[in-house]
Design a protein around this ligand. Structure first.
Ligand SMILES: C[S@@+](CC[C@H](N)C(=O)[O-])C[C@H]1O[C@@H](n2cnc3c(N)ncnc32)[C@H](O)[C@@H]1O
Length: 731
């Protein structure tokens, strides 16, 4: 079998869509540590099986495989999805990533751990933390009078000193802290006395129960402007040179285990004197700390980090509350004292992952009533209202986590991830029921129960810096950077500056002060890295990998971008590598509800580029007219629809761009001169692609087709399969 013939678009799309709804239920391994833009594991399982298995994908997907002896590489492994899927089915794997955090995380995913021992040490850690700082995470319940209830979330608002009267005031963009969705009523902060009010109708909220002031949902702060409530002076913020804004604790969501069952909804309160004293204690203790682990690093300028600079943040440590700094420093000290290296490394990884919830850039979701971690979008959005989660985490009487963002949540997630490595499963839908199917015989790692050994080599390096034996690889599966879509180095430095202090001497590549490097392939305005930089780097890596492929073996990668130009880089890289693109296949790869995608026409669909030195390509895919391309795209869209994805304009765009790229490669392959300058090659590629057709024309033709829909599913698919076998062209 080969991917071109065995890849079943509706089947894979369905699996990927389900997985991306709640990825940790389908691929718990992602719980080891955050990585950005992870593609669905189901997609890479499907690609691996489509290439190596002899049976159809829908049959083979739920069965165990062992392709031992096959060699697979990933030059851009990130969080390791393609690599782990190949390892799980027995392949020997080689992975590269220029970011030391990626190499660390993939090793953590792969290395076996004694889960029982890990859980024991983790619970010792929480106990020790509770002794030290547990009293800073409790509050008294004003509803029932119970004392020392665990706090779920502290809510903080940014404040500023008035430029005229110098009085300090809050920067509330809105006063709503809870919608009446998961809580019976809307909860509003009083703009005058700060008390919390539960109201039925947030359009007509009425008056504050404590001071009778008029309640409002909309606050005065926004677009960098807020009038002073004391003197009316119009203040601009953030102000250059004044540093990061201060925060004031204004609300608490807590958990009352005794009253929970008889109480409707959540527990909210305005902080009382004891709560404010706890804030003060944390302030004093954190000031008196002689920190060993709190990072001193400055935040470097960058496309994403410049936003932090605009808000006055200069050092990473300024992104945390005093209580967070205190708790994180204590956590690090406890972890550093653990003798067992495997467990110490696991807990250090956990701390690094915990950071994304334990900082004062987290926001509070007023609908879901939970913390949104700093990486809920691929950037550093700075809010006016920030959310601090309980560092320890809260476990209810049934042993289940309440709330998010604490140690107990992270430990739970990590344990599930490592259990999954020893006993992976797939999830099959039977009607509305989801059934976990254990895939007995498959496992993730180097060694299971000390018996079998698989070859795994992980490198924190650019792939081209490591020699690969010619004709040694059975496949390259990868998910490269999508030009400048995600600034991996800039984002990961946030975790790295802490983790480096904990394990820096024991980790590959951690000698660097930042995960950013000249070798990172991305588009970045701050660093003046444009398309030629990205193209040249991608081409270098693909050429290096292609030279190591066995004859006819594939280099397969996912890609999507909203701009056509980004595909020129892909085309040039494939041609420079001496490969031909034998298929471009659509697959949903992100979650429609993702915050950075939700409500936009953006694509969640990736194009899977399948490239080989030699192979066969169905003649019907080699289009000469825009009508033919429209038919191919309509077919792709129909197959996605059959899987339950209603394609957006963005999806269609990415699919069209993918096919145009494939066809331009086909047309240029015989005359391609890799020795030209990158700029010239980009120009040639762009001209060739644009001469095929105008993507807008395909959009128009697709719209017309809507009235006479393409038959999706088996009929069309069967017809095309026939074409494939009859009219395949060898290249
Ligand atoms: C799209 S991500 C990979 C995501 C990954 N497949 C996953 O499942 O998480 C692309 C990766 O390429 C890495 N990268 C960028 N330039 C590189 C280079 N020159 N050599 C190796 N890796 C590089 C980035 O650090 C990033 O981790």
């Amino acid at each position: 079998m080969s991917i071109e013939t065995a890849f079943d678009i509706p089947f894979v799309a369905k699996m990927a869509l389900r997985e991306k709804q709640i990825q940790q239920n389908y691929r718990p391994i992602i719980g080891v540590h955050k990585w950005f833009a992870r593609r669905p594991g189901s997609l890479f399982r499907a690609l691996t099986l489509a290439e190596f298995s002899k049976s159809s994908l829908s049959e083979s997907y739920f069965y165990s495989h062992n392709f031992s002896g096959r060699k697979v590489a990933d030059p851009f492994m990130g969080g390791g999805t393609p690599l782990i899927e190949a390892n799980r089915v027995g392949c020997d794997v080689t992975g590269f990533d220029i970011n030391p955090m990626a190499a660390w995380i993939v090793r953590e995913e792969i290395k076996h751990i004694d889960i029982k021992e890990y859980r024991k040490k983790a619970s010792d850690l929480i106990d020790a933390l509770r002794d030290e700082i547990g009293h800073l995470y409790v509050t008294d319940c004003p509803h029932y009078g119970d004392v020392d209830c665990p706090v779920k979330y502290f809510l903080w608002v940014k404040t500023i000193d008035c430029g005229s009267c110098e009085m300090n005031f809050d920067l509330f963009p809105g006063y709503l802290i809870s919608e009446n969705a998961r809580h019976p009523k809307n909860v509003l902060v009083c703009p005058v006395c700060g008390d919390l009010n539960e109201v039925e109708d947030r359009k007509n909220p009425g008056f504050c129960k404590s001071c009778q002031a008029e309640l409002k949902t909309k606050g005065p702060a926004g677009r960098g402007h807020c009038p002073c409530p004391h003197c009316g002076h119009g203040n601009e913020y953030p102000r250059k040179g004044e540093g990061a804004l201060k925060h004031r604790l204004f609300a608490i969501e807590y958990y009352n285990p005794i009253r929970k069952d008889g109480h409707k909804g959540r527990f909210f309160k305005k902080p009382d004197t004891k709560d404010l004293n706890r804030v003060e204690e944390a302030q004093v203790r954190s000031r008196d700390l002689q920190p060993q682990f709190i990072p001193n690093e400055e935040i470097l300028a960058g496309d994403e980090t410049n936003r932090l600079h605009r808000w006055g943040y200069r050092y990473y440590r300024e992104m945390f509350s005093d209580r967070q700094l205190l708790g994180l420093e204590q956590s690090c000290r406890l972890i550093a004292g653990i003798g067992d290296e495997r467990i110490r490394h696991a807990l250090a990884t956990n701390l690094s992952d915990l950071l994304r919830y334990q900082n004062l850039l987290c926001r509070y979701d007023t609908w879901a009533l939970k913390s949104l971690d700093i990486f809920s979008v691929h950037g550093f959005p700075v809010g006016h209202v920030q959310c601090e989660s309980n560092l320890l985490g809260i476990i209810n009487g049934k042993g289940v986590n309440v709330g998010s963002g604490g140690w107990s949540n992270i430990i739970d997630k990590y344990s599930k991830a490592k259990k999954y490595c020893d006993a992976p499963f797939e999830v099959r839908h039977k009607g509305s029921r989801k059934v976990q199917i254990p895939i007995q015989g498959e496992w993730i790692g180097e060694q299971l129960n000390g018996d079998r050994l698989r070859k795994i080599s992980i490198h924190c390096a650019d792939a081209t810096s490591v020699a690969l034996e010619s004709q040694s690889l059975d496949a390259v599966f990868t998910d490269p950077p999508y030009f400048g879509n995600v600034q991996y180095g800039e984002l990961m430095d946030f975790c790295y500056v802490w983790l480096r202090r904990l394990v820096g001497k024991e980790a590959e590549g951690f000698w660097r002060e930042s995960t950013r490097t000249q070798e990172e392939l991305t588009g970045n305005v701050t660093r003046s890295w444009g398309l030629p930089h990205f193209t040249a780097g991608l081409a270098r890596v693909y050429k290096h990998m292609a030279d190591a492929l066995k004859p006819g073996a594939p280099l397969v990668f996912t890609f999507h971008h909203n701009k056509l130009d980004a595909y020129f880089a892909v085309g040039v890289a494939i041609l420079d590598a001496g490969l031909i693109c034998s298929a471009t296949l659509p697959c949903p790869a992100e979650m429609g509800g993702s915050i950075h995608i939700h409500g936009t026409a953006s694509s969640i669909v990736d194009t899977v580029f399948v490239c080989r030195h030699t192979g066969r390509i169905p003649e019907c895919w080699l289009f000469q007219t825009s009508e033919k391309l429209t038919e191919i795209v309509a077919h792709d869209l129909a197959q996605l629809s059959a899987a339950g994805r209603k394609p957006t304009t963005g999806d269609s765009r990415c699919i069209i761009f993918g096919h145009l790229t494939r066809m331009a490669i086909w047309n240029l392959k015989e005359y391609w001169n890799p020795n030209l300058t990158t700029e010239k090659k980009l120009e040639i590629f762009s001209e060739s692609l644009k001469s095929l057709t105008d993507p807008e024309q395909i959009f128009a033709q697709l719209k017309e087709k809507k009235s006479s829909p393409i038959a999706a599913g088996p009929l069309f698919f069967a017809a095309e399969m026939k074409l494939r076998t009859i009219n395949a062209i060898t290249f």
